[in-house]
Design a protein around this ligand. Structure first.
Ligand SMILES: Nc1ncnc2c1ncn2[C@@H]1O[C@H](COP(=O)(O)OP(=O)(O)OP(=O)(O)O)[C@@H](O)[C@H]1O
Length: 236
């Protein structure tokens, strides 16, 4: 049975210095489904996520999260974000950061459970800026999930991870999906998209140029070929 979408974005438009970054992007995301956004560098994926989390105000179009606008109290309480990078110079430790974030939510996940599930324990008391890229990714993912979001944005969650860490992240993301969370995932890894995504949206120059399930999109060629056929990549 199809559930109602928790994210509905229509004709979203943003430009920076007169240059369009989002040029009429449409997207929906539903509970218990992984919706992948694939696109070349500079296609507008992160800008779209920033619009959905209230960090960038679109010039036109609409974004509805659980019936509320981005940045509203309702949306903030129910939406999690794993950004591509966070304040990497911070001296805060993962333990402090996660306990601080947990206090922002009414019914957070126990931090100890997340720390254990994501293997953060050995570096829980190390300042964030001293962590490896992969360790920082684990902390960022924990931060996105600590508030038990109904919708979570994962912006390149496995970029730079080794194979084992990547598979661990895939398993966790699949568990989160099975718990009924709507997941919007960006990745440059076509294998990751083919493995995880329920629906793929290919984004080029700020708009969706192809969408469908992996099976629908890859009837004749693999996902990499579909990506290349539907993108130009001249905006990086
Ligand atoms: N704050 C900003 N000021 C000016 N230009 C910006 C800003 N944020 C994004 N852009 C531009 O908007 C376009 C889209 O960038 P965005 O980061 O959304 O792409 P992306 O698809 O996430 O790329 P990548 O795959 O490399 O992460 C790019 O041309 C980028 O240079």
């Amino acid at each position: 049975m199809q559930t109602s979408p928790v994210l509905v974005a229509r004709d979203v438009r943003v430009s920076f210095g007169g240059v369009p970054a989002l040029d009429g992007l449409d997207l929906v995301a539903a509970p218990g489904r992984i919706t992948a956004l694939l696109g070349p560098n500079g296609a507008g994926k992160t800008t779209f996520i920033r619009c959905c989390t209230g960090l960038v105000a679109p010039e036109a179009g609409s974004i509805d999260l659980f019936g509320s606008p981005p940045g509203s109290a309702t949306a903030r309480a129910r939406v999690g974000l794993m950004p591509q990078s966070t304040g990497a110079w911070s001296g805060i430790t993962p333990g402090h950061l996660l306990r601080y974030l947990a206090r922002l939510y009414a019914d957070p996940q126990p931090v100890a459970e997340l720390v254990s599930r994501l293997g953060i324990g050995p570096f829980e008391n190390t300042p964030y800026r001293r962590l490896s890229g992969g360790q920082q990714q684990a902390v960022n993912l924990a931060g996105a999930l600590v508030g038990r979001p109904g919708l979570v944005f994962l912006d390149e969650p496995t970029a730079g991870l080794d194979v084992r860490a990547k598979r661990n992240t895939w398993a966790l993301v699949s568990e989160v999906r099975a718990a009924g969370v709507a997941i919007v995932l960006t990745t440059h890894d076509m294998h990751e998209a083919a493995t995880l995504a329920d629906e793929v949206n290919i984004v080029d120059r700020g708009a969706v140029t192809a969408k469908g399930t992996v099976a629908e999109l890859t009837r004749d060629v693999d996902l990499e070929e579909v990506f290349l056929a539907n993108t130009t990549g001249d905006r990086a």
